[in-house]
Design a protein around this ligand. Structure first.
Ligand SMILES: NC(=O)c1ccc[n+]([C@@H]2O[C@H](COP(=O)([O-])OP(=O)(O)OC[C@H]3O[C@@H](n4cnc5c(N)ncnc54)[C@H](OP(=O)(O)O)[C@@H]3O)[C@@H](O)[C@H]2O)c1
Length: 277
């Protein structure tokens, strides 16, 4: 199949490309910088949602992701209008987009549906890989996870599993219009730190931040208001929602195996976590 991957340099896009190339698909990898190494046999193409730059070719399927700084659904409507409606759109959405209509992902899902595309909305829970990306600098510098998350428990899922579900959807291995991707186990940040310490021999801890303290700290360390908004959306506001138990049954069905556990993820990345010791 001929497949376009947006966000090709991102956490999920990179892994989706590897899986599709290994499966023998013809992959076009979209980035704002067309000069990047797309990896394997993928073809690099310039793609910028905000500047209206998109590969003109027709594709059997498109992996669509929302860069975290883009919230306006109109940008995605304009991008999608370039493509025939028979194209399968696999959209990297987020858990809860079906009920929380204020989420940018929910608005983009609506755009895709309204335009009449065949689609799969992939709705993952919280990425385990955040430990190695957004949460990593604070872990390196101060050996702590510092968030206004209180006792919030999240379902943690690996990007490897999210990418595998997306790749299976793109290549037509299943055709469910919306699928939630999760590991089925709720864990708080203290428990996560203790698990990392046990496996990697580190001494990291979770420090509960107050809301003003957290915002002040992020501003002091040079972060944008957009970034702060995303961090609060992920770690503060969910505290006020009723925690619903998650089930990994659908994830298991569309993956064709059990999703990765947090412990297995930490073991797979043990050498990286050991750097915190
Ligand atoms: N983190 C979580 O726990 C979590 C959970 C569920 C869902 N999600 C969702 O997953 C998505 C993030 O995925 P990710 O982690 O793979 O992304 P990411 O690693 O943050 O990468 C962002 C990607 O967006 C591309 N990009 C930025 N601006 C662009 C523009 N104007 N036009 C085209 N491409 C642009 C970047 O590519 P270039 O710089 O090369 O152009 C990069 O590949 C978000 O929508 C997030 O809400 C995240």
């Amino acid at each position: 199949m001929n497949i376009l991957v947006t966000g090709a340099t991102g956490n999920v896009g990179r892994e989706v490309i590897q899986l599709l190339v290994a499966d023998g698909h013809e992959v076009t990898a979209g980035s704002r910088n067309s000069d990047f190494d797309a990896g394997g046999t993928a073809i690099a193409a310039q793609l910028d949602f905000t500047r209206g730059i998109a590969p003109p070719a027709e594709f059997d399927a498109i992996f669509l992701m929302r860069p975290p700084q883009l919230a306006d659904p109109e940008i995605f409507r304009q991008f999608l209008e370039n493509y025939p409606r028979e194209t399968l759109i696999v959209f990297l959405s987020v858990q809860g987009a079906d009920t929380k209509t204020y989420l940018p992902h929910a608005k983009i899902e609506k755009v895709i549906t309204k335009l009449g595309f065949r689609h799969v909305f992939v709705r993952p829970s919280y990425f385990m890989d955040n430990l190695l990306t957004t949460l990593w600098p604070e872990l390196v510098q101060n050996h702590r996870i510092y968030l206004p998350a209180g006792n919030l428990k999240l379902d943690w899922v690996s990007v490897a599993d999210v990418a595998a579900v997306c790749a299976n959807a793109l290549s037509g291995k299943f055709a469910i219009p919306a699928v939630s991707v999760c590991s089925g186990a709720l864990k708080g940040f203290t428990e996560v730190c203790l698990t990392i310490n046990r496996i990697a021999g580190t001494r990291i801890s979770y420090e509960r931040a107050s809301l003003p303290g957290f915002v002040w700290y992020l501003r002091k360390t040079g972060n944008t208001w957009t970034y702060i908004g995303v961090m609060l959306l992920l770690h503060f506001f969910p505290r006020f929602e009723r925690a619903t138990p998650t089930s990994s049954d659908t994830t298991r069905a569309v993956l064709g195996r059990q999703p990765e556990t947090l412990e297995a993820f930490i073991r797979r990345n043990k050498l990286r976590f050991k750097k915190l010791a």
